[in-house]
Each structure stands twice: as structure tokens, then as C-alpha cells.
Design a protein around this ligand. Structure first.
Ligand code: FAD
Ligand code: NAI
Length: 506
């Protein structure tokens, strides 16, 4: 009897799952009708198509505004799985969601222009935008007016002005970066396997150097080692002993945002995986074939070390984009801010009106993560939905109050109605400031192991290993943007497990 119930429940949940996926697909294929901008509504201009902007769009009731989205990237990128694209564990299109399909699901007037914002005039409420794509028409540059502006342009790669970094290294922020790395790994491998290649050149070509021991560098190093152990070693065994990964970090340890226990676990796992970690080592210069660094010894004495490399991946965090820097320099209240646009507790850019900022380009006192950016985007959606309701209620109260003066017949009833609207208005206007709720940190460290620092009943739960890896996979799968993304990612995981990663170089 119990078995029969278990069977029924499993059957029902499987049915529910299929219905959920089916409904998701149906919705994607049958978007609501879209309308032209309504001149009586305010224009809400959103810059960027990343975590902050897309989370805002997802929850925003777009019928309340004329929405305009501007971004040079016509898709949303699920960055947590980007390191897996560098080795082909996941194909890049599986973690991209076209902005057009996202916007087609929205009601009201929502327009998208593929362009880069080049300057913001916050006094005249204008944004200058430029089409930077390869194909250009007659119109290339124009001004877009707004009533309300949200800046969600993210950040660029920090290089700290270190010579040679921009010219010789690969970054890991965008899809193009992951594709470049994937090609470069295979180029190094095939060149190392070339007939009569001298041994010292094979060693250089197969030395993969990662600079920056934050989560980007650590996850990439783990993915790289997996790729080599699980695929390259089997396909090209003659060079397999020469492959090395070195992770260089200026601080005394990697993953500074994780607990001590997980830092130690990561470092010991890397040792087992034969990933060489060089801590207290600061890179000073990069050439086309070497990385020059200063390494502090146990006595604090600094010595110069040179690492020849085949592939160099630079992952030393974020820097402010020129658009944001330029805006900050023109707002007196932003004088003291260095790492991005200083915002208040409602994410309003300090020193401006009707301008908000979200994500990596905003300084609200939190780390530059997808988790923070998406919560900020959700908060702005609630705020804007409430603001629209407030305006509608105020309009109704104004209308009723003036009708009281014109035809005083049913005064009691109208007054009651006004009171009710005022009560609703007080409730809506009472919006609490933005508060970030940290759900925890997760990182993949290679060999099907992950580390997790999870917030748990006001405490912290630290775990690392294979079970955490399963948790990491299911957490990121559930966070993928769409049903389509989820299915594609599952397919990629299965494909690379069953048949190995695709090592063809495009
Ligand atoms: P982004 O997501 O970077 O989006 C910025 C958008 O602005 C893009 O669409 C860009 O094209 C657009 N843009 C740029 N310039 C302009 C312009 N001039 N005009 C208009 N639009 C412009 N965080 C986590 O919490 N968990 C993770 O597991 C995690 N993994 C990561 C892995 C990698 C490899 C990387 C690089 C980051 C990871 N992060 C993670 C951090 C996270 O991706 C960022 O914090 C997050 O993307 C910030 O969101 P955002 O909206 O501010 O910027
Ligand atoms: P990061 O800022 O977290 O780490 C960069 C590291 O590079 C620092 O530890 C720094 O000491 C080091 N560094 C800087 N200059 C150096 C030099 N010259 N030589 C050697 N080392 C140097 O940057 P990262 O990893 O790119 O992450 C950016 C943001 O994205 C962070 O907020 C991070 O939390 C988030 N992120 C989160 C992930 C996750 O939760 N799994 C994954 C990837 C990124």
C-alpha cells in the first residue's frame, strides 16, 4: 500500500514537472501583444542586460511605463557557469538568453536598442548612445531622453595598469572571453604536440597561468585541470605529464570571502589536483611569453620570479567602466567615491534625481556579485511598481476631491472612498529601504568538488566535497534564467560526461 502511494506521488510529481516545462515552453512561444509607447506614461530607461537590469525587468510591471532597454549585448549571460564554457563542459549558448525573448514576454511598450551608452546628461535627462556593432546603418549615434534612468552597466576587468596585461592575457567576463580561452587551450595543446617541439617549449606551452585567487580564478583553474585529466590526457597521452596549472594570488590565501576551513579545503584539494598555488605573489609585468612577479618569502623578503606560460588568464576583479567614471566626475556628490556610483538606501545615485544604479557599477556597501545585483534589481522593480500605484491612487484622490467640490450630493460615500484610497496609499508609500539578504557563497574547485558557505538559521554552514558539488549543480540549475537554459545545461553535462568534451578548435 505504501509502495503504491510512493509510486502515485512519484508519478504525480513527474507529471507536474512535465506540465511545468510544457507551460514554460508554451509561454515562451505565445508572447502577449506589444503596444506603442503611451505619451501619458513616464519613460523608464534601463542601461545594461546583466543580472541587475534583467532582474528588474523580470519583476517590473512594464504596463506602468514606456520601457527602453539599451545594451551592447543582446542577451543575458548566466555568469556562474561561464568558467565551464572555457573547456566545453557547457556550450556557451546554453547560458545565454536573448534579451528579445525576455522582453517579448512583457506587457505594454518595451523597446530594445543594441547600443552602448557613451555619456549621461543627468541634468537634461538624456543618454547619448552609439551603435558599436560591426554592421552600422545611417543612424549610428543619438540621444535617448528619459524620465527615470536605471544604470546597470556592470564593471570592466581590473588590470591596475600592469604593463602587458591587456595585450597578452585572456579575461573571463564575457562569452567571447570564454571562447578565446577554449581556442587558446587547444592551440597550446596542439602546438605542444607538434613534431620535434623542444621540451622546454612544450613545458612553456602547457603551462597555464591564472592570476587572481578570487572565485573566478579558482573555478577556472579547477575546470582546466578537469579538462586535462578527463579528456586531453586520454586523447594526447604523449604530452600529458607536462601539463601544469599555476594560480597566482597576491594575498596570503585564495578565496578570501570563504571561511578558513573552506580555504584550507580548497588549497589541499588543489594540491591533490596538482594545481600549484603561489600566494603572496604579486604580478608586476606580463610579456607575450612570461609573467613576472614579486614573491614574498617566509621572512617577508621579496624575490623576483618569472613564469613562462602558454595561456594566461587574468582574473583580478573589477574596475569602473569609462561611462560610469565620466558620470561620477560630473556629480559633485560622487567626489569621494572610487569603486563606482555611490547610491543611497533606495539605490538612488547620490547627487542626482530620478537616476538609480544596480549591480557592479553601484556602491551600496556589498560585494560585486550576481546575488547582490539580482536582489537590487528585484528591489527596484518593487519600488517602481509601488511608485506607479502611488501615482494612480493620488490621481484618483485628486479626481474624487475635485468631484466633491463640483457635486456635493453623495459627500459621505465619496469621502469614504477617499479615505480608503488614502489608507492604501500610506501602505504602499511605506517602502522599506533596500536590504541585502546573503544566501551564501558557492564555488566549484575541480574533481567534482565544490565549497559552500551557506547562511543557515542565522548561522553559517560550511561544507566542501562531492555532495556540495551536487548541491552546487542543483542550485545553479535552478537559478538558470529559463526552462530552455536548464534543459540545455543538463544536456551539456550529460554529453560531456558520456562522450567527453569537444576538443575541436573552431
Ligand atoms: P553585468 O551582469 O556584467 O551586466 C552588465 C551589462 O551592461 C551587460 O549587459 C553589458 O553588455 C552592459 N553594458 C556594458 N557597458 C554598457 C554601456 N556603456 N551601455 C549600456 N550597457 C552596457 N556572482 C555570484 O553571485 N555568483 C557566482 O557564482 C558568480 N560567478 C561569476 C563567474 C564569473 C566568471 C564572473 C565574471 C562573475 C561571476 N559572478 C558571480 C559575479 C556576477 O556575474 C556579477 O556580479 C554580475 O554579473 C553583476 O551584474 P550587473 O548587472 O551589475 O553587471
Ligand atoms: P576578486 O576581486 O574576488 O579576486 C581577485 C583576486 O586577485 C584578489 O584576491 C586579489 O588579491 C588578486 N590580485 C589582484 N591583483 C593581483 C596581482 N597583480 N597579482 C596577483 N594577484 C592579484 O575577483 P573575481 O574572482 O574576478 O570576482 C569578482 C567578483 O565576482 C567578486 O565579488 C566575486 O565574489 C564574484 N564572483 C563570485 C563567484 C562565486 O560566487 N562562485 C564566481 C566568480 C566571481
Amino acid at each position: 500500500r505504501t509502495l503504491r502511494w510512493i509510486f502515485r506521488l512519484t508519478y504525480l510529481s513527474a507529471l507536474g514537472g512535465v506540465a511545468y516545462i510544457g507551460y514554460g515552453i508554451y509561454q515562451d512561444r505565445h508572447p502577449p501583444p506589444q503596444v506603442e509607447p503611451d505619451p501619458s506614461k513616464k519613460t523608464l530607461l534601463i542601461l545594461g542586460s546583466g543580472w541587475g537590469s534583467v532582474s528588474l525587468l523580470k519583476k517590473l510591471d512594464t504596463e506602468n511605463y514606456n520601457v527602453v532597454v539599451i545594451s551592447p549585448r543582446n542577451y543575458f549571460l548566466f555568469t556562474p557557469l561561464l568558467p565551464s564554457c572555457t573547456t566545453g563542459t557547457i556550450e556557451h549558448r546554453s547560458i545565454m538568453e536573448p534579451i528579445r525573448t525576455i522582453l517579448r514576454q512583457k506587457r505594454g511598450s518595451v523597446k530594445y536598442y543594441e547600443a552602448e551608452a557613451t555619456s549621461i546628461d543627468y541634468e537634461r535627462k538624456l543618454v547619448r548612445v552609439r551603435d558599436e556593432s560591426e554592421v552600422r546603418g545611417v543612424a549610428v549615434e543619438t540621444d535617448v531622453p528619459y524620465d527615470m534612468l536605471v544604470i546597470g552597466v556592470g564593471a570592466e576587468n581590473a588590470t591596475f595598469g600592469i604593463p602587458g596585461v591587456r595585450e597578452h592575457s585572456c579575461f573571463l567576463k564575457e562569452i567571447g572571453d570564454a571562447q578565446r580561452i577554449r581556442k587558446r587551450i587547444m592551440d597550446c595543446v596542439e602546438t605542444a604536440a607538434f613534431k620535434d617541439q623542444p621540451p622546454e617549449e612544450i613545458d612553456r606551452l602547457l603551462h597555464m597561468v591564472v592570476v587572481g585567487g578570487g572565485p573566478t580564478g579558482v573555478e577556472f583553474a579547477g575546470e582546466l585541470q578537469d579538462f586535462f585529466e578527463e579528456d586531453i590526457r586520454k586523447l594526447i597521452p604523449e604530452i600529458s605529464d607536462r601539463f601544469r596549472v599555476t594560480l597566482i594570488e597576491a594575498l596570503p590565501n585564495v578565496l578570501p570571502m570563504f571561511s578558513k576551513q573552506l580555504i584550507e579545503y580548497t588549497e589541499s584539494t588543489f594540491k591533490e589536483e596538482k594545481i600549484d598555488i603561489k600566494t603572496k605573489t604579486m604580478v608586476k609585468k606580463v610579456t607575450d611569453k612570461t609573467v613576472e612577479a614579486e614573491m614574498a618569502g617566509p621572512d617577508g623578503k621579496k624575490e623576483k620570479v618569472v613564469f613562462p606560460y602558454g595561456l594566461l588568464v587574468w582574473a583580478t576583479g573589477n574596475a569602473v567602466r569609462p561611462l560610469v567614471k565620466d558620470l561620477m566626475s560630473r556629480i559633485p556628490a560622487q567626489k569621494e567615491s572610487r569603486r563606482g556610483l555611490a547610491v543611497n538606501e533606495y539605490l538612488v545615485v547620490q547627487g542626482t534625481r530620478d537616476v538609480w544604479a544596480v549591480g557592479d557599477c553601484a556602491v551600496a556597501g556589498y560585494a560585486p556579485t550576481a546575488q547582490v545585483a539580482s536582489q537590487e534589481g528585484n528591489f527596484l522593480a518593487r519600488l517602481f511598481n509601488n511608485m506607479a500605484k502611488t501615482e494612480a491612487l493620488e490621481e484618483k484622490i485628486r479626481e474624487l476631491s475635485s468631484s466633491l467640490n463640483i457635486k456635493p450630493g453623495n459627500t459621505a460615500e465619496v469621502s469614504r472612498e477617499i479615505e480608503e484610497y488614502e489608507r492604501q496609499l500610506r501602505r504602499i508609500k511605506d517602502i522599506k529601504p533596500f536590504h541585502y539578504s546573503h544566501q551564501g557563497s558557492l564555488a566549484y574547485i575541480g574533481s567534482e568538488k565544490a565549497v559552500a558557505d551557506i547562511s543557515w538559521f542565522n548561522g553559517n554552514l560550511a561544507s566542501g566535497g562531492r555532495l556540495t558539488f551536487l548541491f552546487w549543480r542543483s542550485a545553479y540549475l535552478s537559478m538558470c534564467f529559463s526552462t530552455r537554459n536548464r534543459l540545455l545545461v543538463i544536456n551539456d553535462w550529460l554529453k560531456s560526461k558520456l562522450f567527453g568534451r569537444d576538443v575541436s578548435r573552431e
